[in-house]
Design a protein around this ligand. Structure first.
Ligand code: FAD
Length: 508
């Protein structure tokens, strides 16, 4: 455990600390990155939380502080130093905490699976971190599952496995249920079932004044709509009820291609995004190009999953006809497939930047070439791990929300789109500004070319966005206005806009 040095005036009682040898509660924390001040409001919140929930509050220096403030986080940049960590075990405890934050006027952050990756998106220096890891119960119903926000998608897929059912969630196993569900949710089966947000039947929510409500189609329907993509602007969700589907088996395909096949690879991606079927077979993929700056070798990978048994998987025929360096097809359960797929936490510092466009394989090839050339400008960055990622948005995936009588905040027309993303890993904090500026400028330059060509979309997906990006400009203006009205109704004192750090906020 990291030794924390405390300075300033002690405002808490040493005698009441659980481990008095290592726990000193004062007005600042020294960290490797500098001194973190703890305001009197934050001290008030930690003190009040300890008075009511002593065993659920972790202070700097105590056991589990490092686990909760670092180990749970995917990106090293997201590691911060809260004044205290609150680990609630019930929705009522979350409600009490929110009341305390309001009455103390204290800043706080909320963490689910910890995958949102830019600093401050899910953690906080000096405030209170609400870590939802203990809200991890679930109940499997006939055609739905109730899920606590402390679970990740692997937990959900394995819970459903013996029932032969799947939920629509994340494609990597340790991504959290809450963050992904509140921002949209790209899964392999979006083309048939819509996004994770479109499959939420109800949300149990703690609002800014500590009130608890259930938002569903016939209960607070305005809040129900706003939570479908509206992120953490309205409250803390303490339970999601998710639709499930009978999919006992899936067919997966893993394919690798060398650079000579990239034109066909990008063509197959664009073709897949443009397929517009009324009743499609559920299928989708993760498509990634990696470039090794040392060997100068680029390779593309396709991780595809299709519902049911189909050997070889019919929905990936356009990829399977391209000469590959590796191709493995397999039939498993969704739980078995997702058990293989993880991107370990705390491996890198990572910058995401992306934009969206109409599918156009020649332009995607030119974006790839521009990216590869630009990577050379930062090839001396230690631990550089550059990848170029493509995500499809099919018309049928959007038609789900357009026809289910609820909709979502994205408000996208049922037209094919392609998200192109630079995901750049590196090792040292000294390179943070350089890599971030490089990624942002390159993305904006290439997007401007697409704007000139008339093929750009302004849609920004919160899950693939850098902290510098504003997803709300890509939503229809009337949806953003409606989101603001709903916020005014459910969080009139703007607890989640003024005090809650992280994520993509609607703005005041
Ligand atoms: C390796 C990797 C793979 C990814 N793959 C996918 C993918 O396949 N599909 C996809 O759609 N996205 C994907 N993403 C993006 C991912 O969905 C987002 O980062 C998402 O926010 C992660 O959810 P989480 O619970 O882990 O996040 P956290 O970082 O814990 O939370 C994200 C945001 O939600 C807030 N929040 C968390 N819980 C709650 C709650 N209960 N109530 C209110 N607010 C809350 C947090 O405060 C934070 O602002 C991926 C990201 C990474 C890093």
């Amino acid at each position: 455990m990291k030794l924390l040095l405390f300075t300033g005036v002690s405002l808490w009682s040493l005698a009441s600390a659980r481990s008095s040898a290592s726990v000193v509660q004062t007005g600042s924390i020294s960290t490797p990155a500098g001194t973190v001040e703890i305001t009197k409001e934050e001290q008030c919140a930690c003190r009040e939380l300890r008075a009511s929930f002593a065993k659920n509050v972790i202070l700097p220096g105590q056991a589990n502080y490092t686990e909760q403030t670092k180990d749970y986080y995917w990106d090293v940049r997201a590691d911060l130093s809260p004044a205290c960590v609150f680990v609630p075990e019930t929705a009522d405890a979350v409600a009490s905490a929110i009341e305390i934050f309001s009455s103390c006027n204290a800043q706080f952050a909320v963490r689910g699976g910890g995958h949102m990756n830019y600093p401050g998106s899910n953690n906080i220096d000096g405030g209170v971190l609400v870590a939802l890891s203990s809200l991890n119960s679930y109940t499997v119903n006939k055609d739905s599952i109730d899920v606590g926000p402390g679970l990740n998608w692997y937990n959900v897929y394995t819970a459903l496995e013996s029932h032969g059912r799947v939920a629509i969630g994340g494609r990597m196993k340790t991504i959290g249920v809450p963050g992904l569900t509140l921002i949209g949710g790209f899964h392999y089966f979006n083309n048939k079932y819509g996004y994770a947000m479109d499959n939420v039947l109800s949300y149990d929510v703690v609002l800014g004044n500590g009130t608890q409500v259930t938002a569903a189609k016939d209960s607070h329907p305005d809040l129900f709509w706003a939570l479908k993509g509206g992120a953490n602007n309205y409250g803390v969700v303490t339970k999601f009820t998710l639709k499930t589907y009978s999919v006992p088996k899936v067919t997966s395909t893993i394919q690798m291609f060398n650079e000579s096949a990239f034109p066909q690879f990008f063509d197959a991606m664009c073709h897949s995004a443009m397929v517009d079927e009324e009743d499609p077979t559920a299928a989708g993929m993760i498509a990634t190009v990696s470039y090794n700056v040392t060997t100068k070798v680029a390779s593309a990978s396709l991780l595809g999953v299709q519902e049911g048994v189909s050997m070889p998987p019919s929905k990936f025929a356009n990829f399977s006809s391209i000469p590959a360096t590796m191709r493995i097809n397999n039939v498993t359960t969704m739980g078995q497939w997702s058990s293989e797929l993880d991107s370990p936490k705390q491996m890198f510092r990572v910058m995401f930047s992306h934009k969206t466009m109409k599918p156009d394989s020649e332009t995607i090839l030119s974006i790839y070439k521009a990216w590869k050339a630009a990577v050379e400008q930062i090839s001396d960055v230690e631990g550089l791990y550059p990848t170029f990622v493509l995500n499809e948005i099919t018309p049928s995936s959007l038609r789900v929300a357009n026809t289910n009588g609820v909709g979502n905040v994205w408000g996208l027309k049922a037209e094919p789109l392609m998200i192109w993303q630079f995901s750049t890993g590196w090792a040292l904090s000294q390179d943070d500004l350089r890599v971030e500026a490089w990624s942002q400028q390159l993305t904006e330059r290439l997007h401007a070319i697409n704007q000139e060509k008339g093929i750009a979309s302004e849609f920004v997906y919160m899950g693939d966005a850098g902290g510098w990006q504003d997803p709300f400009v890509g939503f229809p203006a009337e949806n953003v206005n409606r989101m603001r009205d709903i916020r005014a109704a459910y969080d009139p004192s703007k607890t989640f806009s003024r005090l809650n750090w992280g994520g993509f906020k609607l703005g005041m």
